[in-house]
Design a protein around this ligand. Structure first.
Ligand code: SAM
Length: 231
């Protein structure tokens, strides 16, 4: 895992100082996964590429330096923790609706001695009531389709900030179907960037959505509403 990580981070022009923390995080993920459902990816090399380098790649594509970041539906910490390890200057909120995953993340933060990281058990659409438009950047990977996900994430983003959504390279139709919702919520797709995870032939897509106007106060709605009648 170590060589794969070092080579991958170097290829992404990212620092390798925290490789030991990545290794410890990888051990905790694989160990805890034996008793708690955290990930389907369990081979150390695959954890290094498909989780760690996939997530770290965002810091190659976008400058996170000093940003206040919320990772919505973070699960076992993706992409939030890898981002913190390659860009320690971020102030990070890890949000998930499953408390046992949040408990795992608290243990990881303590073991890795991470500062300026908050692990919060909650639903994004409810969290927005007190944290509306207060983040420079909101990230999300594998949580919902972009149409619904935009209503969970865009209300949290400050005007001028970004919602960075990690998607597959086959997301053309999904992105097109979300355009109306994104505009309604005050967002605008600035660009989509496809990237290949170092050490693999796997390509993913980052959708960069800029917050260009405030989100109307009536959004986000309750989850049942978002699901039943997506914008
Ligand atoms: N982002 C991680 C990753 O890429 O490995 C986890 C993906 S997992 C498939 C989706 C996660 O989103 C789950 O941990 C789930 O509890 C969380 N989730 C789903 N809906 C949510 C919501 N409305 N608010 C907060 N978390 C949510």
């Amino acid at each position: 895992m170590e060589a794969t990580l070092r080579q991958g981070l170097t290829a992404l022009e990212l620092p390798t100082e925290n490789v030991c923390s990545f290794l410890r995080y990888g051990e905790m993920l694989i160990e805890t996964n034996k008793v708690m459902n955290l990930t389907a990816i369990t081979e150390p090399k695959d954890v290094a590429t498909l989780h760690f380098l996939d997530c770290a790649a965002l810091a190659h594509l976008y400058d996170f330096k000093g940003k206040k970041v919320a990772d919505v539906g973070t699960g076992a910490g993706f992409p939030g923790i890898p981002l913190k390890l390659v860009e320690p200057s971020i102030d990070l909120t890890l949000l998930d609706s499953l408390n046992k995953r949040i408990d795992f993340l608290k243990e990881v933060c303590s073991a890795l001695d991470l500062k300026q990281v908050e692990c919060i058990h909650g639903r994004a659409e409810e969290f927005a009531a007190d944290h509306r438009e207060s983040y420079d950047v909101v990230t999300s990977r594998a949580v919902a389709n972009l149409q619904m996900l935009s209503e969970l994430c865009l209300p949290l983003v400050k005007e001028g900030g970004y919602f960075l959504s990690m998607k597959s390279v086959e997301s053309e139709e999904e992105i097109n179907s979300a355009k109306k919702a994104i505009a309604t919520l005050g967002g605008k797709i600035e660009k989509c960037v496809d990237y290949t995870i170092p050490g693999t032939d796997v390509s993913h897509r980052l959708v960069l959505i800029k917050k260009v106007a405030p989100t109307p106060k009536k959004y986000p709605r309750a989850f049942a509403k978002i699901k039943k009648s997506p914008l």
